[in-house]
Design a protein around this ligand. Structure first.
Ligand code: TPP
Ligand code: SF4
Ligand code: MG
Length: 310
């Protein structure tokens, strides 16, 4: 973005520069390089719309991930807000600095980390935990496509059990890490899961996060047709099935203590979810165990929401 003349001339203090609210196209714009059916693209669009609705704006900190290359090559840059591309492990630390300076200067606008699961669950976890422990005044959004998508689809600790990736050709043997529970355990003000198949819930959670201060952590289940070996047109249907079956619960956790379940799964059979992605093979997914896990997880969340309501 070009620097306004008034800042260069020094006629106006930086804190007096008016905030330019986002519009519908402030984040994902023409010229982006994302694959068709990319959940991250839909998530960015929804984030941009929510910022516009809130008449807010943001500065982005993005570690190495598909989001860092979304902007494409100059001049078809896709992000219409100030954006810092950070090293893989550093985005929460960089965002902490950006948020601190914003607050010292009395500026407005959100500071948002937009990161993949590799940067969140694995490589950036130390700086993310440190920022959460300090309760930094920022929003951290992880779009979880369950692989290292940008580098060819290697497994991450977000990859679900049974999924074939380039580094788990026989199906991943370990289960997916529960990053929401890890983040909530820091006692941060807000931790929530979001699905692009539930846009109203998605929007409400973004607006909730914008209206709070301190560390806010949002986890988006983000279909990746390239890595999931699924049809681009199936993306939204797939993540809808993940919510309905209980594979990806939609919940909010306040201060690490109070719970709310946002969508009741009807325990749709997850078989179709697996069948429509060629990363899963019949002999590597234990459907019966998955159904049991989904029900047990939901029962536990329901118990927490009833015992410790938000
Ligand atoms: C320290 C370091 N290791 C490896 C890489 C190479 N690298 C860049 S993006 C990426 C994958 C990122 O995965 P994720 O965070 O899940 O985002 P996605 O690509 O799936 O959007 C990797 C391994 C790097 N840039 N820095
Ligand atoms: S590899 Fe996956 S996450 Fe990356 S742009 Fe393509 S669909 Fe989106
Ligand atoms: Mg990823």
């Amino acid at each position: 973005m070009s620097t306004p003349t008034r800042i260069r001339s020094g006629a106006m203090a930086f804190s007096e520069v008016p905030v330019i609210p986002c519009n519908d196209e402030c984040l994902l714009r023409a010229g982006n390089t994302n694959c068709g059916g990319c959940g991250m693209s839909i998530g960015l669009t929804m984030l941009g719309r929510a910022l516009a609705e809130a008449e807010d704006t943001c500065t982005l900190a993005i570690p190495a991930c598909c989001g860092a290359v979304t902007a494409g090559a100059f001049p078809t840059t896709s992000y219409g807000v100030p954006t810092v591309c950070t090293t893989f492990a550093a985005s929460p630390a960089v965002a902490s600095g950006l948020a601190a300076i914003r607050d010292i200067n009395g500026e407005s606008g959100q500071v948002i980390c937009w990161a993949g699961d590799g940067g969140t669950y694995d490589i950036g976890l130390a700086t993310l935990s440190a920022a959460a422990e300090r309760n930094e005044n920022l929003i951290y959004i992880c779009y979880d496509n369950e692989i290292y998508g940008n580098t060819g689809g290697q497994r991450s600790s977000a990859t679900p059990h049974g999924a074939r990736t380039t580094t788990t050709p026989g199906g991943k043997e370990e289960r997916k890490k529960d990053i929401l529970a890890i983040m909530a355990a820091h006692g941060i003000p807000y931790a929530a899961t979001l699905s692009i198949a539930h846009p109203e819930d998605f929007r409400r959670k973004l607006l909730t996060a914008f209206g709070m201060s301190g560390m806010r952590f949002l986890l988006i289940h983000s279909p990746c047709p390239t890595g999931w070996k699924s049809e681009p047109a199936d993306s939204v249907a797939l993540v809808r099935m993940a919510v309905a079956s209980g594979l990806f619960p939609l919940v909010e956790i306040f201060d690490g203590e109070r719970y709310r379940v946002n969508v009741e799964p009807d325990f749709t059979d997850p078989a179709e979810y697996f069948a429509r992605q060629r990363r899963f093979h019949d002999d590597e997914v234990d459907l019966e165990a998955t159904r049991r896990t989904c029900r047990a997880r939901h029962e536990r969340l329901r118990f927490l929401a009833e015992s410790f309501p938000a």
